[in-house]
Design a binder for this molecule. Sequence first.
Ligand code: TNX
Length: 533
Amino acid sequence: MIATAVAIAVGAALAGCTPAVENGATVSLPSVVPAPVSIESGDGAPFALQSGTRIAGDADAAAALAALVGARTGLALDNAGGAGSGAEIELVLSAGGAAESYRIVADAASIVVTGADPAGLFYGVQTLGQLIARDGESWVVPAVAIVDAPRFGYRGVMLDVARHFHTVETVKAYIDHAAGLKFNALHLHLTDDQGWRIQLDSRPLLTELASDTAVGGDPGGFYTKADYREIVEHAASRHMIVVPEIDMPGHTHAVGLAYPELAEAPVLSDHILEVARDHGGGVPTTGLPYDGIAVGFSSLTIHDEATYDFVADVFGELAAMTPGPYLHLGGDEALGTDPEDFAAFVARASEIIADLGKTPVAWHEAGAAADIADSTIGQYWGFVAPTDGMDEKARAFVGNGSQLILSPADAVYLDMQYPSGPALGLTWANGPTSVERAYAWEPALVIPGVDEGDILGVEAPLWTETIRTLDDIELMAFPRIAAAAEAGWSPATGASELRTWASFRERVGALGPLWTALGIGFHASDEIPWTAE
Ligand code: TNX
């Protein structure tokens, strides 16, 4: 039934299909982002979706599919039938394949989505949502066969809720929209100089005294333990883990508002004074909230045992609240901490986390600490072409027998400005970041000596110095977040004909109507040929 990609007749006529070159001939394949391992168009008629089309199989996946089809088309599929026979759309769990993998076979008579596990089935449903296309007055799914599995097990997005606080509702919306691109981790940057955003019973003053403010004098906020649970549960329902970050030993000015004995006085380098002059926010001052955007002036006290009691309290409580395997200890830009002290601190903090039965994660600077817990995952935030020895620090994690998460700032930092677009974002990572630059990098080629097996995955951070609302978040994230999704999920550059900028921009353009239907306020970048319907 399924012909090769060349033998497409029906697919080419459908909206939402993008050209590909096969044996010298231009053919069209349905647009899927991130690119799947394999996709072949069938030669038959498409499957026609109608109100009342019956879905059978896994109830969670059926509900997710019905909601997605409803949002995209307005049609109400019938997902009440459970495992009953005779349904046109079947959602099947069948163990044995790779984790998170799935297959889709669609023809005029039926659609079968098979997941190796619930996450795989969920991702199959997300792909199916992208396949839906208009055919005149009807809604159809083209005849197609897809086999798909992720390249990397960790595919993250990070949201900074410290520089600006973001509500539970905002975080849940971002989870929903990122999960649609097969991201499976939400890293929450919960604390920074500007505020502490997570309530802890062991250290109540953190939220009582250090959570009210944000960058620019904007209001702060924090998550209660119930709020955090709600985020964790919502993420789990979308097959995402939450990775909480408590940034240490720098980025800790707010800790000093609550527990002054744990914080050193701000180190006012020329750089800090320059940022205060150019960007406002004043000069960081002991005991006063900081609402500027300078980094690298604060430090926890390193030689006081009380600091390690604090670290143990904070991560101990967070470990109990967090079902996922990772706790992130930060470790970036600790310019207010002596390098030897930094190494000693990171070693102890990472051991505290490892002793809790969790895997520590740290920004790549922590690779300079010789005694860091061997299990610590490093998160690389240097450039696609490493500078300043950042690659060496990142390699140290691999040398310890651990792995790296790649977040090259000049590609996947979603808080960088677009070349033309909203007046939001920063520019320090090699100037504004186009969608093409966000796409044109290959994970296994970033850090010399760090190969496929050394890479846990890819993460796209969104820092929020200039980002206040869900609208801001989505404008900055979409469409560039799709490039990070493809780097994390899809076959390596060169291993698939779909892994080119030319293919990606067409496939992303075809997602415009779905994103609009889902309420995603993306930036309609002029680099992308957006389709109207
Ligand atoms: C660098 S990259 C930071 C953050 C800033 C961000 C702004 C890294 C680990 N730290 O403190 O918010 O730049 O783009």
